[in-house]
Design a protein around this ligand. Structure first.
Ligand code: 13P
Length: 259
């Protein structure tokens, strides 16, 4: 199964989720430039930076083939009475290609599974790649946490056709590993990859399930990236804290190089 996964995605997808960082436009431009410079020239990985919305217009001017732009959220409507929201067409018009949906930090602020599903549909209409986050709050020894994951997968994929689902990236981000320094082991990640594929197989079909790109997020850093990438069975990373340091982020990208 791992083999077919790598055949489909020989190159990693590495996304830097800047969250509420950095503090100013100038700092954002500097960080973006530093990241671009640090990325190994010969990398085959797809690198995406997801800055706060406000920085997107400026960074769009500096994006290149090896540094694409993402957003950290998106509205499920194109326009209307939704104060404070940013719609998919707006993002697409600035050259954004990826959008993180259902991050646990947004779910903690009240975002529901239903809203996540609507945001996926709205994003696909504008050809944005939805990077949909799932993950358990904590692990228990009986494996109940797998039910939490299955519920999230069912809800996010509700009503999607297999063709639509194939355009979605699923980011497994165990909440207990986000920003804590506690990373899931490569074995945990591998088990979860198999579980996600089997859940999607039940909901759709095996061929579709095996083709969905899965990435891992949660305290990814230079020191654990290679092991997670080579043994975790997933084809990329969603990086928070470490994406704010150009050198560390570049090292993570380097770790996805296949020898
Ligand atoms: P950290 O890499 O800081 O743990 O954050 C992970 C994350 O939430 C990325 O979306």
């Amino acid at each position: 199964m791992v083999q077919s996964f790598y055949m489909k995605y020989p190159h990693a997808l590495v996304i830097g989720n800047w969250k509420l960082n950095p503090g100013t436009n100038t700092e954002a431009k500097n960080l973006f430039t530093a990241v671009r410079k640090a990325i190994p020239k010969d990398t085959e990985a797809k690198v995406v930076i997801a800055p706060p919305f406000l920085f997107i217009p400026e960074l769009a001017k500096a994006k290149s083939k090896n540094t694409l732009l993402g957003a950290q959220d998106v509205a499920f409507e194109e326009r209307g009475a939704l104060t404070g929201e940013i719609g998919p067409a707006m993002l697409a018009s600035f050259g954004v290609e990826y959008v993180i949906i259902g991050h646990s930090e947004r779910r903690a602020m009240g975002e529901t599974d239903q809203q996540v599903n609507k945001k996926i549909v709205a994003s696909l209409k504008r050809k944005l790649v939805p990077v949909v986050c799932i993950g358990e709050k904590r692990r228990d020894t009986q494996g109940q946490f797998y039910n939490e994951i299955a519920t999230q997968i069912k809800a996010l994929s509700e009503g999607l056709t297999p063709l639509q689902l194939l355009k979605v990236v699923i980011a497994y981000e165990p909440i207990w590993a986000i920003g804590t320094g506690a990373t899931a082991t490569a074995e945990d990640v591998k088990e979860m990859q198999l579980f996600i594929v089997s859940t999607l197989t039940k909901l759709f079909d095996r061929k579709t399930a095996e083709k969905i790109r899965l990435i891992y997020g949660g305290s990814v850093k230079e020191s654990n990236a290679q092991d997670l990438y080579q043994n975790g069975g997933m084809s990329g990373f969603l990086v928070g804290g470490a994406s704010l340091q150009a050198g560390e982020f570049a090292a993570i990208i380097k770790a996805t190089k296949r020898g």
